[in-house]
Design a protein around this ligand. Structure first.
Ligand SMILES: *[C@@H]1O[C@H](CO)[C@@H](O)[C@H](O)[C@H]1NC(C)=O
Length: 201
């Protein structure tokens, strides 16, 4: 598992960007998302008091997580400051904003055991032992992302079904060897070119 820095940042007024979340191609940050959008259906807080703050989550790259590794339970204030500044600078660059609204809150955290960096070397999507009726599925076996977890689960379900129907009595290799996952992106889903865009503002 790699380490990732995560910055939660609240701006006093909305940024008016044209997307709610994006994988970012940048040395320091890999993902940003509009946290406020998660609460879209929440009721207005106090009548007449419209809250205009917009809160974003910014996740670093694996390389950044490694370069700024510190004990996660005891983050030195100087590291906290540098990491917050660098992630915000990268956020501005990625969103094409020289200036952003006033920042009213930040909270930075080192996510020590973040996403898997290795996958099964055999290329199998799950592990199954037919003699002991034991199977394992997970994102750390195929692609380290939600899609990988789903594919691994479906593949294991199929193995169980075949096994219980007496159609197959085979096991996958039970001494799995791991190999480095191929992409450096967090969530490393197979990218589709049509999803890549460069925001204008
Ligand atoms: C972020 O989410 C809030 C709540 O849904 C919405 O009002 C705002 O326009 C969103 N901002 C962006 C840039 O998508």
């Amino acid at each position: 598992l790699c380490s990732l820095w995560v910055l939660l940042i609240a701006f006093e007024t909305p940024l008016k960007l044209c997307f709610e979340g994006a994988h970012i191609d940048h040395d320091d940050i890999s993902w940003i998302s509009n946290n406020t959008a998660k609460y879209r259906n929440a009721r207005e807080p106090v009548a007449g008091k419209k809250d205009s703050t917009e809160c974003w989550t910014i996740i670093s790259t694996k390389a950044f997580g490694k370069n700024f590794k510190v004990p996660q339970e005891n983050i030195p204030p100087s590291t906290e400051k540098v990491v917050t500044e660098r992630l915000l600078t990268a956020f501005k660059a990625a969103t094409g904003r020289k200036e952003v609204p006033r920042v009213c809150y930040t909270r930075v955290q080192l996510w020590g055991a973040a996403v898997p960096i290795n996958v099964l070397g055999s290329g199998a999507d799950c592990v199954f032992d037919c003699r002991h009726h034991l199977g394992v599925c997970g994102d750390w076996l195929s692609y380290p992302c939600i899609q990988g977890a789903a594919i691994s689960g479906l593949s294991l379900a199929e193995k169980i079904q075949q096994h219980s129907a007496g159609q197959s009595a085979t096991s996958t290799r039970l001494h799995p060897t791991f190999t480095a996952a191929t992409t450096s992106a967090i969530g490393s889903f197979p990218t589709d070119k049509s999803l890549i865009f460069t925001p204008k503002s």
